[in-house]
Design a protein around this ligand. Sequence first.
Ligand code: FAD
Length: 319
Amino acid sequence: MKVTEHIAKAKQTLFSIEVLPPLKGQTINSIYETMDRLMPYNPAFVDVTYHRQEVIYREAEKGLMKRHVVRKRPGTVGICASLMNRYNIDTVPHIICGGFSKDETEDALIDLNFVGIENVLVLRGDPAKTEGIFKPEPDGHAYASDLLQQVVDMNNGSYLDPELKDTNKTDFCIGVAGYPEKHYEAPNFKSDLKYLKKKVDLGAEYIVTQLFYDNKKFFQFVEDCRKAGIEVPIIPGLKPITSQKQLSRVPHFFHVDFPDELVDRIEACKTNEDVKRVGVEWCIQQSEELIEAGVPVLHYYTMGKATSIAQVAEAVFGK
Ligand code: FAD
């Protein structure tokens, strides 16, 4: 079922999660463990992230460096198929511009369609670690809106080869990313909102937000979106803090601020167990306030760790 159908049918706020593929060389069991912990809370769908390949240089003979292209977390499509089969759950694979030509994207979308996947979250992807700014492939997409247009075209039966006749129309429900605290590259919030609206005008049917710790910023974002004429469902993304280190890592990687009260409470913790408890309490508070405000879904980023999210889900959805 599509994410939008889940939302339309729901009588109350839904629970959903995001998982990330295991590191190359590991088994899929860590994902099954996460799912086994969280399935009792009845997630409506599960997102599976996509990780672009990276270029790394390893020392070779005679002091030379050899270039290697590695994908550290492959397996998004296989994980989606496996989760659908094992848990009878709808999956939302992420698809990205980075590292993909348009032809490769088309083939990936055909795979997803044949596997029976009905949803995609369309993203640009971050720059490769070796590049400061995002560089599209020579025949790839520069922005999520361009990739989105390709998915919309396939939904209309239009493939890259104009000579293809009587083509299958795919029917993907398309989600996109939104940033309550602004995307870090956008010159200002107004500009970011303009491009978010462009994605919706092109056919995005719902928005999932970057994680945030201050609900006021989410409420303001929703208000600004509505004023700009963005009417699709906006799904808040949440992640409980689980260690003191995340006080600097989360702002660094996700470009979001922590509220003063949360920083004070985490800084006062003596152990990581205390931090986890504060993180769970804060996330429960955020979740309850968001439910009260009538959000359609609460989407939790597991990032490979299910324990805190299971505690939040037990408090919020386990009643
Ligand atoms: P875009 O919508 O393309 O926007 C990127 C920037 O360009 C913004 O600053 C925007 O304002 C600007 N912009 C957009 N269109 C134009 C235009 N036409 N002209 C000029 N400027 C423009 N990354 C991954 O690699 N894999 C994942 O699985 C993944 N999952 C994510 C899930 C969620 C819910 C979120 C919020 C992020 C995720 N990311 C993931 C990270 C995401 O790829 C990065 O945040 C990336 O830097 C931006 O992606 P986007 O889709 O928002 O890009």
